[in-house]
Design a protein around this ligand. Sequence first.
Ligand code: PLP
Length: 393
Amino acid sequence: MNNRQLFLRHVAQTSDAPLALEMVKAQGMYMWDAEGKRYLDLIAGISVCNVGHCHPAVVKAIQEQAATYMHLLVYGEFVQSPQVAYATYLTGHLPDSLNSVYFTNSGAEAVEGAMKLAKRHTGRAEVIAFNNSYHGSTQGALSILGDEHWRNAFRPLLPGVQHLQHNSMQAVDAISERTACVIAETVQAEAGVLAPSLEWLQALRKRCTETGTLLILDEIQCGFGRNGSLWAFEQYGLVPDVLLLGKALGGGMPLGAFIADKSVMWSLTNQPVLGHITTFGGHPVSCAAGLAAMKTLMEEDLINSVEAKSKLFLELLRHPRIKAVRARGLMLAVDLGDFPTNKKVIDRCIANGLITDWFLFAPESLRIVPPLIITEDEIRSACRIILDALDAV
Ligand code: PLP
């Protein structure tokens, strides 16, 4: 049996139609399959590889840390210098009130930890989340996921969760003294790149402050420069009580985090002690990799060119079959009207050496979330492949 057959036989599957391409190498903007065919990566492993695949600084940090120490003890007991260095660097690039970092293994675990933190800190149980939001696949994260189709088969889920319309003032009015937290993606990604209005997010912030509710912003997908500023919330002139990070946080290694003020985070340390624990959260190799990636992002000034690159995509993506393009920096959704058309275009792009995808809650939209290192020439060749595919299907 070849690897593909063994993959289908022994690796648990998430769908009956996986891509099942066997990639053997990835570097910068590209991946290569087992036959030596090269693919331009337009989705960065779903917003993970913001500094490209196998950036030399990230690889070096991983190799050095792996040779120094890997797992020592469960999270939170020993002083582990990669965690300390990364938490210090991260909080140095965040507003003062986001000064305490709890590292997890994944985005969903950051969501779980933050929801527990909100309950414990406020003594309340109610949660407000939004339609078409994606926060992960564990039971707590699934409970707040904004689409009944994906939740229904797994009921009963967490009680006390209200799903409201994103960007609607009705949601602001629903926040009360019983609400532990409001959790929202700053810019909804899987909904097909939906950015809320400035007024709405600011009203949400104001109402949370009035009611003592924690505002949790999920920037697991839209953070780390993807939207044209280091953090998406910067564009809204507000600061969340809790920030959720993941994906690009680990520079290609598994890592998540929820970040809050120390006075809030403190509530997980008592009554009961060990209010949130993890064996591998903040793994030293992941933290070393993430720190190297974030330093690369900042030192190579990659965020500075995001808007110009976004504009170039918007200029080039003109075709009668394109209904609309929604863009927030290098997070773009190309609306092709229906899923069958989108799927045909995606398949053709992949056959022609361009990796793209659709969005979970916007299957009619083609996903463009490339590594931020993408060049103008690469944007031109990616768009050429997409436009050719649109001509052909
Ligand atoms: N939040 C958002 C906005 C995401 O896009 C995702 C993953 O796609 C998650 C949370 C969950 O992260 P993970 O898959 O690492 O658990």
